[in-house]
Design a protein. Structure first.
Ligand code: AKG
Length: 255
């Protein structure tokens, strides 16, 4: 099964490298987004709502969706997605999939996504990592499309968020407000944003009356070595410290 994914342009790659995020309009055609959306709705109905972590208060998740569903699997493993990730992460030879996820932000049920970095949790020895966030239905800005602190990927590890109330990045690092905040983005189904794992990002609550639905896939440098840092996803997989993530859970995409 092949999913039509368009190539990342030179301008988009340059924008990402400078700003730490980029918008990719019409990454997949709207009819493909519609098919993905229909499948997503089913999986999200089945998701467990029992855990109430600080993340659960911001959005619901159905993790590893690409392993469960062939269409999401084909998208995450599509050569164009791999090529795009390699170009945006400048200097990497190939990427591996770290995780795929379906996200839902329900109006009324979920709050804002506090500003955070993704990388501080990760057991990789280098930070070349990004997430493609694909809108499965139209996501006008007031439904909770992501916002990014421009250039924040240049400031290294800023610490973990979602460990306790009040540990969002703006509270920990008020100087971040001196950086420009990306504009509110109105996304159409099939549009995506991409952010670096060091880019500080968040999203407002969903102010519309229908759920915000998106699919994410996170790619990282295929040459990254496992550090052994405790992490729920990797604990117990038998990964070797100081060796690459050679495991079926982290499929490798070479351009
Ligand atoms: O969708 C959201 O509100 C947050 C998603 C996010 O932080 C991520 O994909 O890294």
């Amino acid at each position: 099964m092949e999913i039509p994914v368009r190539q990342v342009t030179d301008d988009e790659a340059a924008f990402f490298i400078e700003h730490g995020w980029v918008r990719l309009g019409r990454l997949v055609p709207p009819d493909v987004a519609a098919e993905l959306r229909e499948r997503a709705a089913g999986y999200l109905r089945e998701r467990s709502k029992s855990r109430r972590t600080l993340v659960d208060e911001a959005f619901g998740q159905s993790r590893d969706i690409a392993a469960a569903d062939e269409l999401f699997g084909a998208l995450a493993l599509s050569p164009a997605m791999g090529q795009g990730a390699v170009r945006l992460l400048r200097g990497v030879r190939a990427v591996r999939v770290q995780v795929t996820n379906l996200l839902v932000k329900e109006a009324g049920e979920h709050g804002a996504t506090e500003f955070h970095q993704d990388f501080p949790w990760m057991p990789m020895d280098r930070s070349a990592m990004l997430t493609v966030w694909l809108a499965l239905a139209d996501v006008p800005a007031d439904m909770g499309s992501l916002r990014f602190y421009d250039g924040s990927h240049r400031y290294g590890l800023l610490g973990r968020s979602f460990t306790r109330p009040g540990d969002d990045q703006l509270t920990q690092h008020p100087w971040l407000k001196e950086l420009e905040l990306s504009p509110p983005l109105d996304l159409r189904a099939g549009d995506a944003t991409v952010h670096h794992a060091l880019t500080v990002h968040g999203a407002p609550a969903n102010r519309r009356d229908r759920p915000r639905l998106s699919f994410t896939v996170t790619y990282f440098d295929a040459d990254a070595l496992y550090t052994g840092l405790p992490y729920q996803q990797t604990d117990g997989l038998g990964l070797q410290i100081n060796r690459p993530f050679e495991h079926e859970r982290f499929p490798c995409l070479r351009p």
